[in-house]
Design a protein around this ligand. Structure first.
Ligand code: PMP
Length: 392
């Protein structure tokens, strides 16, 4: 059963097992690590630790081949069926650096005067600032591009489709989008973006909140760049990925290759992707979506709380995107910071601030509950009991 499957997985997180009195509800900030990842790190560092791409003794050769294997693993995990021929996996330090790399090393070399790009303005600022920076870098070279704002529409858990249709034009040369919104939890409709821009415009997907949480298939989504952080996918901080499809245009060759790569981080990422594949992202999605629905339903009965984004927890029709395992809310009479503090004192580890949201975001902040496969219905029910006690 789904319960037995979940119980077996929960037991594989040492930090969760060691703290039965705490509920970790902050996986969107960083994910906890299963044994398999910790063991892979320990084993590598205690058996064949060496630098990659240098030296010709067995440890160095093995490290080099583990890096190559990791590239293939990432491509496979993302559903890339090009066999590495026309796509590339670049290791970076995380989503922030990955998006910045696409902006600096691809955008600034592929756009021309008068081109237009569409970027989200109410998502994580890591998916806004690099595009504005690229615009400035281009301007310094005499190339003027227009950056259009794509608004998030809370009532549909998606980008505003009318705004999208309006912003797309002859000169649209690039779109940056987010797969799952890090505050509202909406699973954004990437197909609609592809339909709107047509087959030729590159789309870059910020998958920080989706890798490991739901199936992600680059063929099915038809995107050109996928960027994510290892630490949110149960691997280590300081590791991240830019996957680039090179078939649809000139190649993406980021600079800065000469340094020592984050070998341990990349090895941990391979172990994490293996673990997530075995756990099955489609099942993880079913589990966390159900927990989020339990929470939003509970909150909808409490008059003191406002849930941000769409209230619907499950897609009632095809025009409303599904809420993933992220629920942000506010109390009408208690500041979010204070509410976060109260919840922490009851053992609920949540985030409470404005969540690095870019311009046009929620200025007041909110409490964010973000879920992963180790969370349980019991945790949600206990959280709701505390929230209820603070609501008249
Ligand atoms: N994009 C989104 C949607 C995120 O949620 C985050 C992390 N909160 C980032 C980008 C930045 O990720 P990192 O800090 O790992 O670079």
């Amino acid at each position: 059963t789904l319960q037995e499957w979940q119980q077996a997985l929960r037991e594989q997180f040492p930090i969760i097992v060691a703290n039965p009195g705490l509920a970790y509800l902050d996986s969107a900030a960083t994910a906890q690590k299963p044994h398999a990842v910790l063991d892979a790190v320990q084993t590598y560092l205690t058996t064949t630790n060496a630098n990659a791409g240098r030296g010709s003794y067995p440890w160095a050769n093995r490290t080099t081949s583990l890096m190559a294997q990791a590239r293939r693993r990432v491509a496979e995990f993302l559903g890339d069926r090009d066999d590495g021929d026309r796509s590339a996996v670049h290791f970076v330090s995380g989503t922030t650096e990955g998006l910045r790399t696409v902006a600096r090393d691809w955008l600034t070399t592929h756009l021309g005067d008068g081109d237009e790009i569409i970027v989200p303005f109410a998502d994580h600022q890591a998916n806004l600032l690099p595009w504005l920076e690229a615009q400035q870098l281009l301007a310094a070279q005499g190339v003027r591009i227009t950056v259009h704002q794509l608004p998030y529409q809370a009532s549909s858990h998606d980008y505003d489709p009318a705004a999208l249709a309006e912003l797309v034009g002859e000169r649209t040369a690039f779109v940056a989008a987010t797969h799952v919104h890090h505050v509202y939890g909406g699973n954004l409709n990437v197909h609609r973006i592809r339909q709107a821009v047509g087959p030729r415009v590159p789309i870059c997907l910020d998958a920080a909140q989706s890798v490991g949480h739901l199936p992600l298939d680059v063929g099915e989504l038809d995107v050109d760049f996928v960027v994510f952080s290892g630490h949110k996918a149960m691997a280590l901080p300081g590791s991240g990925v830019v996957w680039a499809r090179n078939a649809r245009g000139p190649r993406f060759e980021p600079g800065g290759w000469s340094g020592t790569p984050n070998t341990t981080g990349v090895i941990a990422l391979t172990a994490a992707l293996d673990w997530l594949t075995a756990a099955d992202p489609a099942r993880i999605e079913r589990w966390t979506v159900a927990l989020a629905a339990r929470l939003t339903e509970g909150l909808s009965g409490l008059t003191s709380y406002q849930v941000l984004g769409c209230q619907l927890s499950l897609a009632a029709d095809s025009t409303v995107q599904q809420r993933q395992g992220i629920v942000s809310f506010r109390h009408h009479g208690i500041k979010s910071d204070d509410l976060g503090f109260v919840l922490a004192s009851h053992g609920f580890l949540v985030r409470s601030d404005s969540h690095c949201q870019a311009r046009a975001g929620e200025q007041e902040g909110s409490v964010r509950v973000s879920l992963h496969v180790h969370n349980t219905p019991g945790e949600i029910d206990r959280l709701l009991a505390v929230l209820r006690s603070l609501s008249p």
